[in-house]
Design a protein around this ligand. Structure first.
Ligand code: ADP
Ligand code: ASP
Ligand code: MG
Length: 417
């Protein structure tokens, strides 16, 4: 007997038929004798609709009320799944974040989980064989008691946090793809499913654009050593032997991965914007004058490139910000023009960041150099570059994203054979 968390994303609970399918997956594990906590997302599209209504009601909405609205999507699916399970003769009960409770910080809209009380769930597993159906994405602020949400894609984080709290053997993330691929399989059909991926690599993939797992869920899994298994909810529920190893990807410690490739995966994001500050004074304190106000405005600056000054007096500085913050960032910099001292601001939102990831890069030199050459052969211009121990990122024109990803995917031997 094992204790399991089974998480189902929006597409997997998109309508009642899909919820019935989810119930059959749950039934299979219950029949195998497992203690099961299920975490569900809102029906596909539901959260987008709720977010849109908030924006329409009040463009500058109170984040507390935004959370009250957007958390409701998950309440519907947890209740419906509990109803369907009961109808199949399985003892099940739904739980909202505040009922366990799942305590969080007060950062409404992007709250952090501080503590999960799983005691009642465990008691009910043991005494009544009851399945817990928990609304993902939501929690409760530890002081005010108000409903919070964990940021888009946050049900993954709910699932991992609950798995840690109840000491689950595994946290199964059921989604609309059957695992983590070398890159988004919807964009690159030649992408290959990975059997295993290290937490650190998954963390980079997720934070650099692969939305298959929310970044915080991977962070939490790494810290709490939760074994996370990404698999498909569209497989025939009864066609799976709960004792056999199903197709999917295990996110685990690096030491568990025997055959380590140099490059594990490629992520990309079109949610970037580039800002170039022309002819800024080349002297101490200028970077502080530029990035200080942006930090105060809570704008995340990512790639930074500073040119060598050609005239000894001024230089150009280029960096990226999230596309959603582009307007705000240029406003902040225009206001600070006097303190910074520059000639002109240039910006572009039609840019994309393509990132190559692999823990093997720690011990292999020249990995990035090969990419520069391959992209040059395709006439793809690189606007900015950043590197770190296990990844490098390139900023390019958004039009070339798919071509660049496919080129690099083949270059590093990631194509499916
Ligand atoms: P859910 O609703 O189940 O949470 P998401 O839409 O959040 O599902 O995440 C699954 C999607 O992530 C897939 O449909 C796929 O297009 C996308 N994705 C992006 N990069 C990858 C990758 N490297 N491997 C697998 N899926 C990926
Ligand atoms: N329903 C939420 C969202 O769409 C959370 C999730 O699906 O994980 O972002
Ligand atoms: Mg998701």
């Amino acid at each position: 007997m094992a204790r399991l968390v089974m998480k189902f994303g929006g597409t997997s609970v998109a309508d009642l038929d899909r919820i019935r399918n989810v119930a059959r997956h749950v039934k299979r594990e219950v029949n195998a004798g497992h203690q099961v906590a299920v975490v569900v997302s809102a029906m596909a599209g539901a959260t987008n609709q709720l977010v849109a209504w908030c924006r329409e009601a009040a463009p500058l909405h109170d984040a507390r009320e935004y959370d009250a609205v957007v958390a409701s999507g998950e309440q519907v699916t947890s209740g419906l799944l509990a109803l369907v399970l009961e109808g199949m003769g399985i003892n099940a009960r739904s739980w909202q974040g505040w009922q366990l409770p799942i305590l969080t910080s007060d950062a409404h809209g992007a709250a952090r989980i501080l503590d999960v009380n799983g005691a009642e769930l465990v008691k009910r597993f043991k005494e009544r064989g009851q399945v817990a159906v928990i609304s993902g994405f939501q929690g409760m602020h530890k002081e005010t008691g108000r409903i919070t949400t964990l940021g888009r894609g946050g049900s993954d984080t709910s699932a991992v946090a609950i798995a840690a709290a109840i000491g689950a053997e595994r946290c199964d993330i059921y989604t609309d793809v059957d695992g983590v691929y070398t890159t988004d399989p919807r964009v690159v059909p030649r992408a290959r499913r990975l059997d295993k991926i290290a937490y650190e690599e998954m963390l980079e993939l997720a934070s650099l654009g692969a939305k298959v797992m929310q970044v915080r869920s991977v962070e939490l899994g790494m810290v709490q050593s939760v074994r996370i298994f990404v698999r498909s909810s569209f497989d025939d529920p009864e066609g799976i032997d709960p004792r056999a190893e199903p197709p999917g990807t295990l996110i685990c410690g690096e030491e568990e991965i025997v055959e380590q490739q140099v490059v594990t995966g490629i992520a990309f994001s079109k949610d970037e914007a580039q800002i170039s500050i022309r002819r800024v004074a080349d002297k101490p304190g200028v970077a502080a004058a530029i990035f200080g106000p942006l930090a105060e405005a809570n704008i995340n600056v990512d790639m930074i490139v500073q040119n060598v000054s050609s005239d000894g007096a001024t230089t150009d500085l280029t960096f990226t910000v999230p596309a959603a913050d582009y307007q705000r960032a240029t406003d902040v910099l225009t206001r600070a023009k006097g303190q910074i001292g520059y000639d002109r601001l240039d910006g572009a939102t039609d840019v994309a960041k393509v990132s190559v990831i692999g823990v093997g890069m720690r011990s292999h030199a020249g990995v990035a150099a090969r990419a520069f050459k391959a992209l040059a052969q395709r006439n793809i211009n690189i606007r900015a570059i950043t590197t770190s121990e296990i990844k490098f990122s390139l900023l390019i024109d958004a039009n070339y994203t798919e071509l660049a990803v496919r080129t690099l995917h083949s270059l590093y031997d990631l194509d499916k054979t």
